[in-house]
Design a binder for this molecule. Sequence first.
Ligand code: ATP
Ligand code: MG
Length: 500
Amino acid sequence: MQPVIEMRGVTKRFVDVIANDKVDLKLFPKEIVGLLGENGAGKTTLMNVLFGYYNLDGGKLLINGGEVTFGSPKDAINHGIAMIHQHFTLVQTQSVLENVMIGMEGSFFLNKKKAREKLLGIEKDFGLNLDPDAIVWTLSIGEQQKLEILKSLYRGAKTLIMDEPTAVLAPTETIELFETLRILVASGHSIIFISHHLQEVMDICDRVIVLRSGKRVAERKVSETSIPELASLMVGRELLERLERGEAKTGNAVLEARNLKVRNNRGIVAVDNLSFTLREGEVLGVAGVSGNGQTALSEMLFGQVKPEDGEIHISGKNIPGGSPSAIIKEGMARIPEDRIKTGLFMDLSVKENMILESHVNEPISKKGLINMKEIRSFAEKCINNFSVKTDGMDAPVKSLSGGNLQKVILARELVGKPKVVVACQPTRGLDVGAMEYVHQAMLDQKTDGAGVLLISDDLDEIFLLSDRIIVMYEGKIIGEVSTNEADRDKIGLWMSGVTS
Ligand SMILES: Nc1ncnc2c1ncn2[C@@H]1O[C@H](COP(=O)(O)OP(=O)(O)OP(=O)(O)O)[C@@H](O)[C@H]1O
Ligand SMILES: [Mg+2]
């Protein structure tokens, strides 16, 4: 059978890195191929080459057997290829229909009626129901992703490249996405699917290709492999079987939320009269389906948003709402959910991003003078301890892969000795090896006496690390239990709002 897409010996270099080294990849009609690899292995780069973002430095691209050269994504789109990025490219203030029509030929007003009909037809064929008149900012993340898929189909895409599509989805949204993908392949489409969640890859893919340091190191049919095999192919070593959580040795309260209340930017109460106490030496897991106030809670705890009501105490001290600097000064390590928007300055170097929060303190700064030697040794320690894959500490942070950006934040926040760690979705987008590392780092923080608040919509992660679990539902804590006594089914019910 003729492959729809064939990448033959594709090489892509950046100044000092070979991001893709003679990679071969074939994609057949009606097939879902998983693209796996550690952070920085070259997955996104390879897909950006296929989507016409980058020129090839070697090798060939063939579509239906014929060689092509893409000058820009427009050429790729004209050949039926679409790429759905992890960060969406929608216009938030426009409607679903308007977003679908953006960039299409012809007069906007004349074709709007026709466009609506065409859109509704596609929605029906693929079971992707969205109100054409809904404004994008009112849509959930899962719905926005549906819109990205609709946009691609409207443009006649036959091949969809999805770069970590499930990283932003709640479990139920992932199930819906997989239903859509199955309908798509049944109707003749082909999909390249990138994910760090090996179970998902086993569930949805037919075949997988594994990259390591830019090279293709393995290919397997999903029916002939296993999660442990895929993990070791990616990492090049066996992974540890299990972490030891250990007992909590709890001490004083390090973080207290007292009757916190806040509204989101649509004026709806996002966190409602929420209270909890986090102690030294424990991991408190905050479980819940995403969208139940977790983000708003973290924004208040990080000082980014002032609570409408209530107080935040760190080590017994009342911290004024909306003051990140006061919070950092009291020793809180902050691992935000959206690392690109709130965690990093993309135009600064790796080293500068690493000292963002410590540059005013000794030993980096003494009597107002910055000590370059200290900065370099701090950055080196961060890079080594967290195996950050970079060309060096002076490289701009924007040249790092998604997972390595996350490592820069984790290193910066955890290398010091925080009293309290607030981590939101800390392993989202991390490869299996890095995930294991971060989990160990959280447990080490607890052993060192810090209190760790783990906000995660990954229930496995919550169970693995937490000593105590609270569940958020519609902005409130709907239940609390110690992990040793917790029952997964009951937590699942709490997550969907059922308490009796
Ligand atoms: N624009 C760029 N300039 C310089 N180097 C880059 C650029 N884009 C990517 N790289 C480097 O190329 C390598 C591959 O990066 P890529 O983003 O393809 O990895 P990835 O497999 O998608 O990783 P992740 O799972 O973390 O998203 C990395 O070493 C990265 O630092
Ligand atoms: Mg990537």
